[in-house]
Design a protein around this ligand. Structure first.
Ligand code: GLU
Length: 448
C-alpha cells in the first residue's frame, strides 16, 4: 500500500473512531478522501503536515438551546448549532438550515463541504454552517419570528461581518433572514455585513435569490458545452421546489431546455408541457403551500406521491435540488436506464455513494454540489463586498460576475483533473482544486 493510501485510511479511521455515529459527516469525508490519493501521492508534504486530521476537525462548534413560545402560549425548545469549520482563507461563511433532521452530523457535513465550495469561488471566505432542528412547516409568521429572535439571541455572540457571516439554506429564506437581522441589530447594532440573503431595502444584493439556481444551470451549461452538448431540446428532471429548484427551472427554460418535474417531500409533479417556475414560486414562496397545488392549477400537470427519482422517466439531465442522499444507487440506475447523460447537484450531497458509483460506471457527466451549487455562496460574498463598499450593483453586474465565477470554477476543476490525470472527473477536479487552496493557506499560516 502506498504512503498516500495508508495516510488516507489512517485519518478516516481516526475520524470514524471519534464520531462513529455521524453518518452524514463520515459520508462526506469518505466521498472526499476517495478523490485525494493522487494529491497525496504527488505531495507528501501534505502528509508531513498531517493536513487531513487538521482539516477534518472543525475549529469550533457551538450547540445551544433555543427556547421559543408557540401560538398556543406553550414553551418549546429547539436545538441550535453553528460550526465554524475553517477560516484559513477568510471569515466563516455558510448558511443556516431549519429542518427537523438537523443534528451535529448534518451541520458538520455541510460545513465541511462549504470549506471547499467557498474556496472554489475564488473569494475570501472560509467554511461554516449552522441551523436548528426546528420545523418551519405549518408554523405561523409569529412563531417563525419568535424562533428566529431566540436563535439569534444566542448566535449573535459568535458571528460578525469579519468573523462569521451566516445566510440561508433549507427553511431559511428572505423572511427568516429579516427576522434574524432585526434581532441582531437590537443586540449588537446595525451592521449589515453580518448576514447575507438580506432584503434589497436593507442591504441585500440583487440576484442573490436567483444565484444558486442560476449558478447550477450555468455550471451545467459549461459541462454540456465542454462535451459538445447544449440545453435546447434537453428534457430535465428537477427535484425540490424551493429557492434552488425554482430559479434552476427558470434558467433551464430560458436556455431552451424543458423541465418536466419538480417535487417536495410528499410527492412530485410531472408536466410534459414544461414546469412554469412562476407558479412554483407563487405556491412555495407566497402561499407557502405544497407542490400538489400545482396540479390543481395546470391542466397538463399530474401529481404523484413518493420520490421523483422512482418515477422511471425518460430524460437527459437530472438536477437534484432537494436534500442530502435523495438519490440512492437503485434510483441512479433508474435514471441511467431512462437516458440521463448529465447529473449536476443543486442540493448538498444529494447523491449517495452508491449513486455516484453508478454515474461513474455509466460515464455520466457528473457535476458535484461543491462546484455546481457554489453560485449561491459566491453571490453572498458579492453581497458582503457591496455592504463593505456601501453601494449596490445592478442585477446585470451581479449576474455577469456570477457567470464569470462559475466559468472559473469549472475551468479550475477541469485543470485540476487534468493535472492529476483524472481528466473528465469533475468530482475529483473540484475536490482537488478546493483542497489545495485551503491546505496551502493553512500551511502558510503555521500550525493553527
Ligand atoms: N446555503 C448555501 C450553500 O449551501 C448558501 C450559503 C451562503 O450564502 O452563505 O452554499
Amino acid at each position: 500500500m502506498s504512503r498516500a493510501t495508508e495516510y488516507l485510511q489512517h485519518v478516516y479511521a481516526v475520524i470514524e473512531q471519534r464520531d462513529p455515529n455521524q453518518s452524514e459527516f463520515l459520508e462526506a469525508i469518505h466521498d472526499f478522501f476517495q478523490t485525494m490519493t493522487p494529491v497525496f501521492e504527488q505531495h507528501p508534504e501534505y502528509i508531513d503536515a498531517n493536513i487531513l486530521e487538521r482539516l477534518t476537525e472543525p475549529e469550533r462548534v457551538f450547540q445551544f438551546r433555543v427556547p421559543w413560545l408557540d401560538d398556543a402560549g406553550h414553551a418549546q425548545v429547539s436545538r441550535g448549532f453553528r460550526v465554524q469549520f475553517n477560516s484559513a482563507i477568510g471569515p466563516y461563511k455558510g448558511g443556516l438550515r431549519l429542518h427537523p433532521s438537523v443534528n451535529l452530523s448534518i451541520v458538520k457535513f455541510l460545513g465541511f463541504e462549504q470549506i471547499f465550495k467557498n474556496a472554489l469561488t475564488g473569494l475570501p471566505i472560509g467554511g461554516g454552517k449552522g441551523g436548528a432542528d426546528f420545523d418551519p412547516k405549518g408554523k405561523s409568521d409569529n412563531e417563525i419570528m419568535r424562533f428566529c429572535q431566540s436563535f439569534m439571541t444566542e448566535l449573535s455572540k459568535y458571528i460578525g461581518p469579519d468573523t462569521d457571516v451566516p445566510a440561508g439554506d433549507i427553511g431559511v429564506g428572505g423572511r427568516e433572514i429579516g427576522y434574524l437581522y432585526g434581532q441582531y441589530k437590537r443586540l449588537r447594532g446595525a451592521d449589515r455585513g453580518v448576514l447575507t440573503g438580506k432584503g434589497l431595502n436593507y442591504g441585500g444584493s440583487l440576484a442573490r435569490p436567483e444565484a444558486t439556481g442560476y449558478g447550477l444551470v450555468y455550471y451545467t451549461n459549461e459541462m454540456l458545452n465542454a462535451n459538445q452538448l447544449s440545453f435546447p431540446g434537453q428534457r430535465v428532471i428537477v427535484s425540490g421546489a424551493g429557492n434552488v429548484a425554482t430559479y434552476a427551472i427558470q434558467k433551464v427554460t430560458e436556455l431552451g431546455g424543458k423541465v418536466i418535474t419538480c417535487s417536495d417531500s410528499n410527492g412530485y409533479i410531472v408536466d410534459e408541457d414544461g414546469i412554469d417556475f412562476k407558479i412554483v414560486k407563487q405556491i412555495k414562496e407566497v402561499e407557502r403551500g405544497r407542490i400538489k397545488d400545482y396540479a390543481d392549477r395546470v391542466a397538463s400537470a399530474v401529481y404523484h406521491t413518493g420520490s421523483v427519482w422512482d418515477a422511471q422517466l425518460t430524460a437527459d439531465i437530472a438536477l437534484p435540488c432537494a436534500t442530502q442522499n435523495e438519490i440512492n444507487g437503485a434510483q441512479a440506475n433508474n435514471l441511467i436506464a431512462g437516458g440521463i447523460k448529465v447529473v449536476a447537484e443543486g442540493a448538498n450531497m444529494p447523491s449517495s455513494p452508491e449513486a455516484i458509483e453508478a454515474y461513474q460506471a455509466a460515464d455520466i457527466l457528473y457535476g458535484p454540489a461543491k462546484a455546481a451549487n457554489a453560485g449561491g455562496v459566491a453571490v453572498s460574498a458579492l453581497e458582503m463586498s457591496q455592504n463593505s463598499m456601501r453601494l449596490s450593483w445592478t442585477f446585470e453586474e451581479v449576474d455577469n460576475r456570477l457567470q464569470q465565477i462559475v466559468q472559473d470554477i469549472f475551468a479550475q476543476s477541469v485543470a485540476a483533473a487534468n493535472e492529476y490525470s483524472v481528466t473528465g472527473d469533475y468530482l475529483s477536479g473540484a475536490n482537488i482544486a478546493g483542497f489545495t487552496k485551503v491546505a496551502d493557506a493553512m500551511i502558510a499560516q503555521g500550525l493553527v
